[in-house]
Design a protein around this ligand. Structure first.
Ligand SMILES: CC(C)(COP(=O)(O)OP(=O)(O)OC[C@H]1O[C@@H](n2cnc3c(N)ncnc32)[C@H](O)[C@@H]1OP(=O)(O)O)[C@@H](O)C(=O)NCCC(=O)NCCS
Length: 216
């Protein structure tokens, strides 16, 4: 199975709401994705999805299967599949995870990150965080921050792996009164951060394979 990362589009909203409910059952709904997506330009959402049998792969397979008999994949169908490939329609793509963040004054704040339970521990949360850091860098962000439940040791381990440190606490922050830990990176444009980041990205690609990432 291969994966791809791209910006969330309106067609993704039903699946993203589903993931939000699966990831945050006690806080759901955390965000009104359908309302925020078109209206708030400060927010960025990325999704990770299954990238199996993309139209271009299908064309290749059909071409190869017909090569012995001399028949070729019909040109009209080839054009149809190529168009489907570039339109990035979400109707037949299974979304597995989401990350959202907003940007203000050179700072990005991660507001949500989650992976469907059945797909956890396969590097997808890490892939979403890598994509966030890459996009934040492109957008000239200096620092990335977030809040995480004090009891959420899994998410904290992920953030710590990418250089986030605990800088404070918000007492009783969540609706059930649990405390939030505030975590932040050092400046992500520093040579030190970037060299650590490149190392982690390469290790991730070696373990899980390369991933197609689009941010526009
Ligand atoms: C947090 C979350 C996004 C991690 O996604 P994931 O795809 O399972 O994580 P990955 O497989 O990419 O693992 C990346 C890192 O996360 C940490 N991690 C993942 N699963 C872990 C576990 N069971 N125990 C401890 N650390 C874990 C590790 O640091 C891991 O790096 P490693 O593989 O080098 O040990 C996922 O657990 C999730 O969706 N949780 C519910 C929603 C949530 O809590 N979001 C965070 C809100 S602040």
């Amino acid at each position: 199975m291969s994966y791809a990362v791209r910006p969330m589009c309106m067609g993704d909203v039903p699946q993203v709401n589903e993931i939000d409910r699966e990831c945050f059952p006690t806080q759901w709904p955390t965000i009104s994705f359908g309302r925020e997506l078109p209206s708030n330009r400060l927010f960025r959402y990325l999704v990770v999805l299954e990238d199996s049998n993309s139209p271009s792969e299908l064309i290749e397979q059909l071409d190869q299967s017909g090569s012995g008999s001399g028949s070729r994949f019909p040109e009209r169908l080839r054009r149809f599949f190529s168009a489907a490939n570039t339109s990035r329609s979400s109707t037949n793509q299974r979304i597995l995870g989401i990350v959202g963040f907003w940007i203000m004054a050179g700072e990005a704040h991660i507001s949500t990150i989650g992976v469907r339970p059945a797909y956890r521990s396969h590097g997808l949360g890490e892939l979403l965080l890598i994509s966030t850091i890459e996009l934040a860098h492109i957008l000239h962000v200096h620092v990335i921050t977030l809040e995480v439940r004090a009891s959420n040791s899994v998410a904290q381990a992920l953030y710590e792996k990418y250089g986030f440190t605990k800088v404070g606490m918000r007492r009783g922050y969540y609706s059930d009164r649990e405390d939030a830990v505030i975590m932040t990176t050092d400046t992500i444009i520093s040579a030190h951060f970037q060299s650590q980041f490149q190392r982690l990205k390469e290790a991730h690609a070696q373990t899980w394979g390369p991933v197609d990432r689009h941010f526009t």
